[in-house]
Ligand binder design. Structure first.
Ligand SMILES: C[S@@+](CC[C@H](N)C(=O)[O-])C[C@H]1O[C@@H](n2cnc3c(N)ncnc32)[C@H](O)[C@@H]1O
Length: 259
């Protein structure tokens, strides 16, 4: 029997009851409460909020053991997870410790017609993300992050255009390293392109990598692309890919560690 005082602590105030339906899955001492009273839309929002919660935990885990270097998010539209990592970085006092770290956000940011356009077979996918720039890249939402917003680099365009030879040359010239790469780009062609890019610019040093679609039954699947990437990282940089944890519904977090 749970003591009365603890039961009281778990009770949600009446004035907040309508809010919790949208954001939190409540439990009674570990047993999830029924959600049958929620509409399908409310259930979807609540379930996806739970995935974002997992991503927040990951951001905090990574920031609390950060190896330094930049944060790279591939598929950063909406800037949700992007902002999450900046907050986790700040919370752990890393702004003063890693004064050179930048936060790179790569995406078409709502414009499927950008640059050379998408690979023909992916046009439908990218049309799905068509949006005004302010919606896809809400820059005003970076304001509350204070001085760290000046370290954000928003790179609009297809990875196939923006992760160019010039960009790689800049990374080498400025001696930039990646501390955490978050790949949230849905489709195999984008994942493959980013993995190849990373293999060119990474170093034989510890870094974190999060793959959002790792456990999804995609066709073609993402996990073999990651396995191939990890094998090359071992071969070229002597890095071991260590699985750390599940990242929400189907994502996975890894740490690449020197042997
Ligand atoms: C699931 S959304 C990202 C959501 C974001 N990480 C968040 O949580 O706020 C996936 C994004 O990947 C982007 N994307 C996928 N492949 C891309 C490519 N080859 N070049 C640029 N953007 C790409 C899409 O435009 C889309 O905005």
């Amino acid at each position: 029997m749970v003591p009365k005082v603890i039961r009281k602590l778990y009770r949600v105030p009446r004035r907040l009851r309508h809010v919790r339906d949208y954001r939190v899955i409540h439990d009674d001492y570990g047993v999830l409460r029924s959600v049958s009273h929620l509409s399908p839309e409310q259930r979807m929002i609540t379930a996806s909020a739970r995935n974002y919660r997992a991503r927040s935990e990951i951001a905090l885990d990574v920031a609390s053991n950060y190896p330094g270097g930049d944060y790279f998010e591939f598929g950063a539209g909406s800037l949700n997870t992007f902002r999450t990592f900046i907050a986790a970085f700040d919370l752990n006092g890393l702004a003063a410790r890693f004064t050179d770290t930048r936060f790179y956000a790569f995406d078409i940011f709502g414009n499927p017609d950008h640059g050379r356009g998408p690979p023909v077979e992916d046009r439908t996918y990218f049309e799905h993300w068509r949006n005004p720039f302010d919606v896809a890249a809400p820059l005003a939402s970076l304001e509350p992050y204070g001085a760290l917003k000046d370290r954000c680099v928003i790179v609009q365009g297809y990875f196939q255009d923006t992760l160019s030879d010039d960009f790689k040359a800049m990374m080498r010239r400025e001696d930039r390293k990646i501390g955490f790469a978050f790949l949230d780009c849905n489709i195999a062609s984008s994942y493959k392109f980013v993995f190849d890019f990373l293999l060119e610019v990474m170093r034989p040093e510890r870094m974190f990598i999060e793959i959002d679609e790792y456990f999804e039954e995609h066709k073609p699947a993402i996990h073999p692309l990651y396995q191939e990437f990890a094998a090359k990282a071992k071969q070229r940089y002597n890095l071991d890919s260590l699985y750390m944890r599940n990242a929400g519904a189907y994502g996975a977090l890894f740490c690449l560690m020197p042997t």
